[in-house]
Design a protein. Structure first.
Length: 254
C-alpha cells in the first residue's frame, strides 16, 4: 500500500472514530436532556401534590385548635364532615384521602421513572431523596395506639402504584385526577379496598384529632420542608416566606 493509500485509510479511520465519539456524546446529551425534562416535569407535579397535602393537614391542625378554643369558630373537618351535609362530608372525606394518595402517586412515579439514583449527583437532589425518606418514615411510624393515617412503606408504594393512571407511560406518567379517583372508588372494589382504612381514619380524626396530632404535625412540617427543596427559589410558591419553619406553616394553608 502506498503512502497515499495509507493516508486515505488513516483519514477514514479518524473520521469513523470522530463520528462514533460525536454520536456517543450526542446520545448522552439527548439522554441528559430527557432526564432533566423528566425531573423538571415530575418535580413540579410532586411539588404541587406536596403543597395540596400539607395544606389539608394545615387546615386539619388549625381546625383542631379552633375546635378546642372557646368561641363560635370551627375547624375544617368539623364544619364539613361532622356538621356538613352528606355531600359536604363525602367531599371532605374523599378529598383528604385523595391529596394524600396523589402525593404517594407522584413519589412512586418518581421512583419508577428516575429510580431515585438517577436524579443526578447534586446535593439538592440528595436532600430531596432524604426528605422523601423522612416523610415515608413518619407515615410508617407508630405514634399512638389508634394510629390514624399510619401506612407501612409497602402500603405507601401500593397506594402510589394504584394512583398512577393506567394509560400513562414511562417518562409521561400522571396520576388519577379527583374525578377519576372518585369513579374508581365507586366502581372498582379492589381499588377501593386500598383506601377503606384511610377514609375511616379521616372520620376518626374528625371525631377526635388528638391521637393523630403527632403524625399530622410532623408530616405537615416535613412537607413544608420538601416544598422548600423542590422550589428553592420560590418560583412556584412565591407568596410564602422561606426557611423559617417555625413560622412558615401559617402561610401554607389553603
Amino acid at each position: 500500500m502506498d503512502a497515499l493509500s495509507w493516508l486515505a485509510a488513516a483519514v477514514a479511520l479518524c473520521s469513523a472514530a470522530t463520528t462514533a465519539v460525536l454520536g456517543y456524546w450526542q446520545q448522552r446529551r439527548i439522554r441528559e436532556v430527557e432526564r432533566l425534562d423528566y425531573m423538571d416535569r415530575y418535580s413540579a407535579s410532586l411539588a404541587w401534590s406536596t403543597f395540596d397535602l400539607q395544606s389539608r393537614l394545615f387546615n386539619i391542625l388549625t381546625g383542631h385548635e379552633r375546635d378546642t378554643t372557646p368561641g363560635p369558630t370551627r375547624g375544617y373537618l368539623t364544619i364539613f364532615l361532622v356538621h356538613g351535609t352528606e355531600r359536604e362530608a363525602e367531599l371532605a372525606r374523599r378529598s383528604t384521602v385523595f391529596v394524600l394518595a396523589e402525593y404517594l402517586g407522584w413519589v412512586e412515579i418518581l421512583r419508577r421513572d428516575l429510580q431515585f439514583l438517577d436524579l443526578g449527583n447534586s446535593g439538592q437532589n440528595r436532600k430531596v431523596v432524604t426528605q422523601l425518606y423522612r416523610i415515608s418514615e413518619t407515615f410508617n411510624g407508630s405514634f399512638d395506639r389508634r394510629d390514624a393515617l399510619r401506612l407501612f412503606r409497602i402500603q405507601q408504594r401500593a397506594i402510589g402504584g394504584v394512583m398512577i393512571h393506567p394509560d400513562s407511560e414511562p417518562g409521561r406518567r400522571r396520576c388519577l385526577d379527583y374525578a377519576e379517583f372518585c369513579a374508581r372508588l365507586d366502581t372498582d372494589s379492589t381499588f377501593a379496598a386500598w383506601f377503606a382504612d384511610l377514609l375511616a381514619d379521616v372520620d376518626a380524626i374528625a371525631a377526635d384529632a388528638v391521637p393523630a396530632l403527632t403524625r399530622l404535625r410532623a408530616l405537615q412540617q416535613q412537607l413544608v420542608e420538601l416544598i422548600d427543596l423542590l422550589d428553592p427559589d420560590a418560583a412556584r410558591f412565591p407568596q410564602f416566606h422561606r426557611k423559617v419553619y417555625g413560622e412558615v406553616a401559617g402561610n401554607y394553608g389553603s
